[in-house]
Design a protein around this ligand. Structure first.
Ligand code: 5GP
Length: 142
């Protein structure tokens, strides 16, 4: 299926709708997920348009993964996480709901279950607090 530029992440990239930003580079924008599966759940969104991994330019994927690693390290430090889970869904059958490529970065702790995918909206003030912690960790790690 073709890329549709009216998707919500394309609107965020064009600053048509707001998002709580964590980091921006030439190739990606990292924002807090509004329905976090755990505190500190970040989405890394490449600026280059693609529906998902399957139609993405390999060069854009390489740039995106460099930023994913950088943000993942900061999320782990900010939340003192024991582990970091990445998730990336391709097409509705695999759980994709927003059709612009993105990678989920989710802090994990042994024995702590995740909240369900895309169900409960977090309070904006909590997301802002979590974003600030991650930005601080990014500054310390760089
Ligand atoms: P996926 O397409 O990988 O299944 O998930 C899309 C993700 O985007 C979900 O985790 C959902 O909570 C998140 N999401 C959906 N709409 C918005 C939005 O408007 N802003 C932000 N920051 N996240 C969103």
């Amino acid at each position: 299926m073709a890329y549709d530029p009216s998707n919500i992440f394309a609107k965020i990239l064009r600053s048509e709708i707001p998002a709580i930003k964590v980091h921006e580079s030439a190739q990606t924008l990292a924002i807090m997920d509004i329905m976090p599966r755990a505190n500190g759940h970040v989405l890394v969104i490449p600026k280059a348009p693609s529906r998902n991994l399957l139609d993405a330019d390999p060069a854009a994927l390489a740039g995106m993964m460099a930023d994913v690693q950088k943000i993942a390290r900061a999320v782990k430090a900010a939340f003192d996480a024991e582990g970091i889970m990445l998730a990336q869904y391709n097409e509705p059958a695999a759980g994709q709901t927003v059709f612009h490529l993105h990678v989920h970065i989710i802090p994990r702790f042994a024995g702590v279950a995740l909240r369900p995918h895309g169900e409960a909206m977090a309070k904006p003030e909590h997301l802002a607090e979590h974003a600030a912690k991650i930005r601080n960790a990014l500054a310390e790690l760089s």
